[in-house]
Design a binder for this molecule. Sequence first.
Ligand code: PGA
Length: 257
Amino acid sequence: MEVIIKKNYDEMSKEAAKVVKKRILKKLNLVLGLATGSTPLGLYQELVRMHKEEDLSFKKVKTFNLDEYYGLDPDHPQSYRYFMNANLFSQIDIDLANTHVPDGLAKDIGKYCLEYEEEIEKYGGIDLQVLGIGSDGHIGFNEPGSSLGSRTRIKTLNEQTVADNSRFFKNIDEVPKYAITMGVGTIIDAKEIILLASGKNKSRVVAQAIEGPVTSQITASMLQVHPKVMVILDEDAASLLKKRDYYKFVVESVEKF
Ligand code: PGA
């Protein structure tokens, strides 16, 4: 696991965008796993800028989003399909047919989730998965207690997540209580993963995920077993890491070789 600590949110976002750009230039039909929430917004803004100013093309890129609220129409302003269209897809040259966000209105959920997994397989798996981390340690909507081998399925959101996400809704009662999410096992199958975290409110869970034991109580801790993970943090999110200085030293050393 490579831990990269940047000065602030802006620098964190730019660093992540640089990695995504590099991977797209290396493989034009990259299969990119995407996340929603506040954290990746800066990354998406930087990718839009790179598209407009540096000719970065997404024409052949395929995307798979981690999750979607169950019961929300894709046109609902708080749905993750709406978020992705508004914040990224409508501002770049991606073919919408190549973008996949779980269907929050799926009728036969079990069958739908299997098909989502099969669709990922069909494209040869996810090359690069972008992740945020919930304040309860979730990746996707894999709440504490989720099986570390889980696949795409419906999950019940816990109280912490509903409270965290209520900032996007008029009141807490409007926050959906269920979501369709890739499982921890689905996420771990990605060939490469970038986890982003910013702000003091993430510092405790970031330390648990990176330096604590691997546990289903903090599903992001499962990233420790993956061979190619880059964790990009700002100083605030990194502030409770015990080995902060070592991670910085490693980054400086890598630049030497
Ligand atoms: P946030 O959400 O980026 O809005 O903090 C992260 C997450 O829940 O995965």
